[in-house]
Ligand binder design. Structure first.
Ligand code: AGP
Length: 606
């Protein structure tokens, strides 16, 4: 989605803005632009990649204040004119904006009646023109007045040539942080954009306005009431957001999984006492153990992890558990009674639908938890309690380590609650021991990563794939199919294996790749039957099986092995070969692995 960067200080702003925009590229965009300011406003923007913009910029520009933006088109095509920053008719004011102004049509009509001529089709220009119309010598005041007139979501940065060395920023529903440096301040929608300069940040809250100069940060509410804010420390380092010798962030993040899962589990698995320690749940443990119902919600990969969570909670905690797409939950009339706990699962902590579902759940009185990766993100801050994933920054658009982190966190929450309900000490001990072995087991799978590459090489010319799984591996089948389609543009469908005979079996034809997760467990015989059904219709079976299974090769065209673990923890292992297949398929097909077409890393609009 769109990205925001801003700088006021004593250094030339442009290289800082361009570098920041480069670090925001992973979020997905289709045009970019910057505005620099001294006595005049100088705006440069271009459709396409950042490199196109760089060709028309004077990288030696001396100005020490400016804003930059990467746009992901919503209102109007990705053209030079529609790219941000947008200016008002006087040419004094420039605005960059993430989010959507929902009443832009009405405001546009009003402004046109007042004589404003628009240059672009965007909702952001409406905001720029409105601020321009209300400006009477005080930029912060004009922004405040304008924002009272708009509905929708925004994270904005605003410059005015009458007030050089000032950026006014504001937020409602779209993340913004202020980086605090020595004699300089930065503005960003994502910590990655400013990490090279500072790790000290102030989070802008919803309904807050920030006015930054090189030496001062002033925060107020929309009603001009001063807000005291703490400066917080970002834990992520610059190295973590760089490629470190890998060709793509996705493969780097796949290979990071053993290490980051260690980080996720560290201090939380107590192998001596056979207990799970979750500091984030201490204050609500009593309420949680009394919960009568759990609703897990999220989108995409996070929803798949939540589906694993449903199986885990029902088996370990014995509490009725449901999984809801956040986008459906927010618009239904969900039944939230006393004792309902809603867990929002999200890597970014900024996904608009998940955030809205959470707000709905809170309004109806649910206790809300977050299973979130980005520390300080909106969902993390707005939930009553939660457990961070601690898997480090995920840059590749295709979620990989966030999925395993989400499943690991849900497994720990399930075991933590299970022990306070029906889970026996010995069952908990087995579970904790098995979970602690997972990082090394993932490493073992990665040591044989070439096997998955060979499968990808053999089948990437096929345009339709099926993924089948049962029980805990059904969500993994969905996740494997999502990974393949989103980065290689191959059509893939994931199914609970038994559903195949209710329709999708009609699709199977000679040579169609069908990935079947057939690990040891309660439904092993049944999944072998499914494999036979596929093969007897000419399909090519790629099985994911448990090491030591000597029979499976007779029923499959290829077998990728994973180590043995408890059934509830299998998704943490079985997903790894599927991530690798998707990655290699995309590379072989020449796709842009980390920035697939039409996709954004974090979907902050509906
Ligand atoms: C998966 O590879 C995608 N990037 C997408 O489905 C993602 O998981 C979804 O948009 C939710 O994002 P979140 O975890 O940041 O909320």
């Amino acid at each position: 989605m769109c990205g925001i960067i801003g700088y006021v200080g004593s250094r030339p702003a442009l290289p800082i803005l361009v570098e920041g925009l480069r670090r925001l590229e992973y979020r997905g965009y289709d045009s970019a632009g910057v505005a620099l300011i001294d006595d005049n406003l100088c705006v440069t923007k271009a459709a396409g990649r950042l490199s196109v913009l760089e060709q028309v910029l004077d990288l030696n520009a001396p100005q020490t204040a400016g804003i930059g933006h990467t746009r992901w088109a919503t209102h109007g095509a990705p053209t030079d004119v529609n790219a941000h920053p947008h200016t008002d008719s006087s040419g004094k004011i420039a605005v960059i904006h993430n989010g959507i102004i929902e009443n832009d049509r009405a405001l546009r009509t009003y402004l046109e009646r007042e004589g404003v001529t628009f240059k672009s089709e965007t909702d952001t220009e409406v905001l720029a023109q409105l601020i321009g119309m209300l400006y009477d010598g005080d930029l912060e005041q004009a922004v405040r007045k304008a924002l009272r007139e708009v509905s929708g979501t925004y994270g904005i940065g605003v410059l005015c040539s009458d007030e050089p060395n000032v950026i006014v920023a504001a937020r409602k529903g779209s993340p913004l942080i202020i980086g605090v440096g020595k004699g300089e301040h930065l503005l960003a929608s994502d910590a990655a954009a400013i990490l090279a300069h500072t790790t000290q940040v102030v989070y802008v809250g919803d309904g807050e306005i920030a006015r930054i100069t090189p030496d001062e940060l002033r925060m107020t509410t929309l009603d001009a009431i001063p807000v005291a804010k703490d400066v917080e420390q970002i834990e992520w380092s610059l190295e973590e957001i760089e490629l470190a010798g890998y060709d793509h962030f996705m493969i780097k993040e796949i290979f990071e999984q053993p290490e980051v899962l260690e980080n996720c589990l560290r201090g939380r698995l107590d192998l001596k006492e056979n207990a799970i320690r979750l500091g984030g749940l201490v204050d609500c443990t009593r309420e949680l153990t009394r919960a009568k119902r759990i609703i897990l919600t999220g989108c995409g990969t996070a929803w798949h992890a939540a589906l694993v969570g449903e199986y885990l909670f029902e088996e370990l905690v014995r509490i009725p558990t449901e999984v809801e797409y956040a986008s459906e939950f927010r618009y239904r009339n969900p039944v939230i009674d006393d004792g309902t706990v809603v867990i929002a699962v999200s890597q970014s902590g900024e996904t608009a639908d998940t955030h809205a579902a959470l707000a709905e759940a809170k309004q109806r009185g649910a206790l809300t938890l977050g299973a979130v990766n980005v520390v300080g993100s909106t969902i993390a801050r707005e939930t009553d309690a939660g457990v961070y994933l601690h898997v480090g920054p995920e840059i590749g658009v295709a979620s990989t380590k966030a999925f395993t982190g989400q499943v690991a966190v849900l497994a720990m929450i399930a075991c933590f609650l299970g022990r306070r309900k029906h889970l026996s000490p010995s069952a908990a001990a087995d579970f904790i021991a098995a979970l602690s072995a997972v990082p090394k087991q993932i490493k073992q799978i990665l040591d044989t990563a070439d096997e998955a590459k060979k499968v990808a090489q053999q089948y990437t010319d096929r345009e339709n794939w099926l993924y089948l799984g049962r029980g805990y591996n059904y969500p993994v089948a969905l996740e494997g199919a999502l990974k393949l389609k989103e980065i290689s543009y191959i059509h893939a469908e994931g199914l609970p294996a038994a559903e195949m005979k209710h329709g999708p079996i009609a699709l199977i034809h000679e040579g169609m790749p069908v990935v079947v997760i057939a690990t040891a467990g309660s439904q092993y015989d049944k999944i072998i039957n499914n494999m036979m059904q596929v093969r007897s219709r000419g399909g090519s079976v790629i099985a994911i099986a448990t090491e030591g299974d000597r029979e499976i090769a007779k029923q499959a065209d290829h077998v990728l092995y994973v180590p043995n673990t408890l059934e509830p923890l299998q998704p943490l292992l079985t997903v790894i070969p599927l991530q690798l297949i998707a990655y290699h398929a995309a590379v072989i097909r020449g796709c842009n692995v980390d920035k697939p077409r039409n996709l954004a890393k974090s979907v902050t609009v509906e």
